[in-house]
Design a protein around this ligand. Sequence first.
Ligand code: GAR
Length: 197
Amino acid sequence: MKNIVILISGGGSNMAALVRCAARDQWAKRYGAQVALVVSNKAEARGLDFARAQGIATEVMDHKAFPDRETFDAALGDLIARYDTPEWPALVVLAGFMRILTPAFVERFAGRLTNIHPSLLPAFAGLHTHQRAIDASCKFAGATVHLVTAELDHGPILEQAVVPVLPDDTEATLAARVLTQEHLIYPRAIARLLQRG
Ligand code: GAR
């Protein structure tokens, strides 16, 4: 089996979209792949309840319990590595995981570490993407799925979706419009990666 490990910090709606798509499109049968583990760095992340209800293994790894970023990332990496199989190293999917990862972690999972970012990268890397798009009078906004490299919110783009920015948009209304598209492009990007093998 190809194991997919999804990392979250909060609502987990992208994770849920991936899990639902995996079931609907029969990723197990089609690609021999399954969402095997959901990890959160926050115990109160609402996404954990959804994962548990689906019978998916969950782990909480609280970054505050570790002395520094390097130690946390090493432990997180070791946890994920338990889901490698001899024929296939686990695919690591960041889905609203609000932690900056160390170069060592990125290197360890290079080529099989993906992220979704709520902007049309390379525009608006970092935080507050929707407000920044509104402040810049952008006419379009969107989301990007990319492979993770050492530079924050960079790396080869796998999928993008574009939405209009409407004149009366607030950060919240734009975020909601973008999020509906995220739920389409992230599963599509992961399915493509699984297809490629
Ligand atoms: C999503 O909009 C995702 O793109 C964003 O956080 C949200 C998580 O929602 N990620 C980042 O900002 C990463 N820098 P979710 O927990 O409901 O999937």
